[in-house]
Design a protein around this ligand. Structure first.
Ligand code: SF4
Ligand code: SF4
Length: 138
């Protein structure tokens, strides 16, 4: 292993999202929506992009974000799951493979205390993880 080799390149982590969990959709924070996500989600919700932004998003610096407040899950979460599943932003599609979670194996273990999908299911290919990290840079 070279100095630049990441722990997850050497030992591919296992992950499978758990049915009816939705914990990460109820975690307070912000969900970033880029132009493509806004287009996709507005089609699913049958709103114009402008209307979608007005109803659900706020400006945070130069980005559009949806705010999830403590005790109030993401507005797109329904009892059956994400109502914009096929148009959800890369932030949601790439969880839990975020930069902050992948920094070390210890950090990944810590996140597994929150996300029950970590450690179960198939080994995730290095290329898939790289692709997530490349697409979601926060
Ligand atoms: S916390 Fe993990 S297992 Fe639960 S919904 Fe989110 S990604 Fe899936
Ligand atoms: S957009 Fe969908 S996947 Fe993302 S946090 Fe909201 S409900 Fe969850």
């Amino acid at each position: 292993m070279t100095a630049s080799t990441k722990w997850w390149e050497k030992e591919s982590p296992r992950f499978e999202c758990q049915p009816d969990c939705f914990k990460c959709c109820a975690k307070p924070g912000i969900v970033y929506f880029d132009k493509k996500s806004i287009e996709n989600a507005s089609k699913i919700t049958k709103l114009s992009p402008a209307r979608f932004r007005k109803e659900f998003l706020k400006r945070d610096d130069d980005q559009w974000v949806h705010e999830v407040e403590d005790g109030n899950p993401c507005a797109f979460l329904t009892p059956a799951g994400c109502s914009i599943h096929f148009g959800k932003p890369i932030q949601c599609r790439s969880y839990p493979f975020w930069r902050e979670n992948m920094t070390s194996k210890a950090m990944w273990k810590l996140v597994s205390g929150f996300c029950p999908g970590i450690g179960s299911g198939p080994h995730i290919a290095v290329a898939t993880i790289r692709n997530f990290l490349e697409q979601f840079k926060h």
